[in-house]
Design a protein. Structure first.
Length: 253
């Protein structure tokens, strides 16, 4: 069998600044994800660790170190003195990057449940390192990624709700995500970053897009008309609209 990958990427050009991903069926009959990169292609498993390995016979290194923590707690009775040395943190960082590569690829394929799964996994792994890394360097490295992971997790949840035509729920997911990012900055004494956060700005933009594409209910339409009537100082029409809105809001389901 030829090891030349030219046939695999033929007709599939690399596009700078874009994530070009696709799903293929592997030789074992299982789906795999391929991502076009500048000099070739990345290939990942759709479940488990993206490279398909099972370090220490666990699904991931994160699971391995979690089990080590549990063993430590069972032996010592506490977890405060458990530490992750620099080698462990570096391994966990490389592993987290694998999951990052997969969830951004799944996002480009609009496979939002997989994005939610992998971002939630990375949030747990990042929090674990922040709690137990002996080196401040790795605490900061993992900490910096958290707002982005929350953003991607939130986008996936909101877009999934939008696909299901649950527009109000999609907007609520975005609100919750923005609040989580704000809470993160406040917890780490960086409240000034809330207004500067590109992740929050991106979520606000997504909220606008969802609002613009969601069909208006009769109640929403009346409220928009009311705001316009007030702006034009058409108080008679505004009073009529308020009565209609009050009747609809008080109407039993």
């Amino acid at each position: 069998m030829s090891k030349d990958i030219s046939r695999i990427i033929e007709g599939w050009d690399y596009k700078p600044g874009q994530i070009s991903a696709r799903k293929i069926k592997g030789d074992n009959g299982k789906e795999k994800i391929q991502v076009r990169v500048d000099l070739g292609v990345l290939q990942m498993e759709t479940e488990g660790r993206p490279d398909g390995k099972r370090p220490h016979n666990k699904e991931s290194l994160f699971e391995h170190y979690l089990s080590q923590l549990e063993e430590y707690k069972a032996k010592k009775g506490v977890s405060e003195d458990f530490i992750l040395n620099d080698e462990a943190c570096e391994e966990l960082y490389r592993e987290a990057m694998q999951y990052y590569q997969r969830y951004i690829s799944l996002f480009s394929l609009k496979e939002y449940p997989g994005v939610i799964r992998d971002t939630e996994r990375n949030l747990k792994a990042h929090s674990f390192v922040i709690d137990y890394a002996i080196s401040e360097k790795y605490k900061v490295l993992f900490m910096k990624a958290i707002p982005y992971i929350i953003m991607m997790n939130t986008k996936a949840k909101a877009l999934l709700k939008q696909e299901e035509k649950h527009y109000d729920e999609a907007l609520r997911e975005i609100k919750r995500g923005m609040e989580k990012i704000g809470e993160f900055f406040r917890n780490y004494s960086q409240p000034e970053m809330i207004e500067k956060s590109e992740e929050i700005k991106s979520l606000m933009e997504l909220a606008k897009q969802i609002q613009q594409t969601s069909p208006l209910t009769e109640l929403k339409r009346l409220k928009i008309e009311l705001a316009e009537a007030v702006r034009k100082e058409d108080f008679e029409k505004a009073a009529q609209l308020r009565d209609k809105i009050r009747q609809m809001e008080n109407k039993p389901p």
